[in-house]
Design a protein around this ligand. Structure first.
Ligand SMILES: [Zn+2]
Ligand SMILES: [Zn+2]
Length: 195
């Protein structure tokens, strides 16, 4: 990476809206994930090689997006709602992938590094900057098969729902009685028309 940890943290805090322990965790998690997958320049030469799956929609996710340049809109960032402070980094060119999880133990360990800070939250924020990676994270090499429908690039398919008429991209349609319908019409509508 061209930027230093401090520079990356500053940018992510700005985009996220505040500096928090999650930003520190997210920046460090992203740096570890990039290193483990052999990605050196995620926003430049390697920008089409990286794919990230985040397992939680919390502070650190914004930092991961900021450091890696991966985003929902580019389809290089996917959110799977597992509620786990973890992310998997995939090098699409080599297939090398690493899942990095924030260790629960790091919360308590933070006291070892900044005992002078009485406020637990402030202590974690400061300690996470300097704690060794092994205390903050566990990382494992994994294999991930990403369906073609989930990859960046032009939509593979675009079909019209026979019930509501909305167009569905990226193979998210459902077949019922031989007809293609959208997820909402298949029973997953999250909204109700007011009039
Ligand atoms: Zn935050
Ligand atoms: Zn529909």
């Amino acid at each position: 990476m061209k930027e230093s940890f401090a520079e990356l943290l500053e940018v992510s805090a700005k985009i996220h809206g505040h500096l928090c322990a999650g930003q520190v965790i997210g920046v460090r998690m992203a740096l570890l994930g990039l290193r483990l997958t052999g990605i050196d320049d995620p926003k430049g030469a390697d920008r089409k090689k990286l794919y990230v799956i985040v397992e939680i929609d919390r502070c650190a996710t914004d930092a991961i997006q900021s450091v890696t340049g991966c985003s929902l809109g580019k389809r290089s960032l996917r959110w799977l709602d597992f509620g786990i402070m973890a992310a998997t980094f995939v090098n699409l060119a080599t297939g090398k992938a690493a899942r990095v999880t924030a260790r629960e133990e790091a919360r308590e360990l933070s006291a070892k590094y900044c005992p002078e800070l009485a406020d637990k939250y402030q202590r974690q924020l400061e300690a996470y900057r300097i704690m060794p990676e092994e205390e903050l994270f566990t990382a494992q090499e994994v294999r991930v098969s990403i369906p073609d429908c989930d990859l960046p690039g032009r939509p593979i398919r675009r079909v019209q729902c026979v019930q509501c008429g909305d167009y569905v991209q990226d193979c998210r349609e459902t077949e019922r009685d031989g007809q293609l319908i959208c997820r909402a019409c298949a029973g997953r509508r999250y909204w109700q028309a007011v009039r």
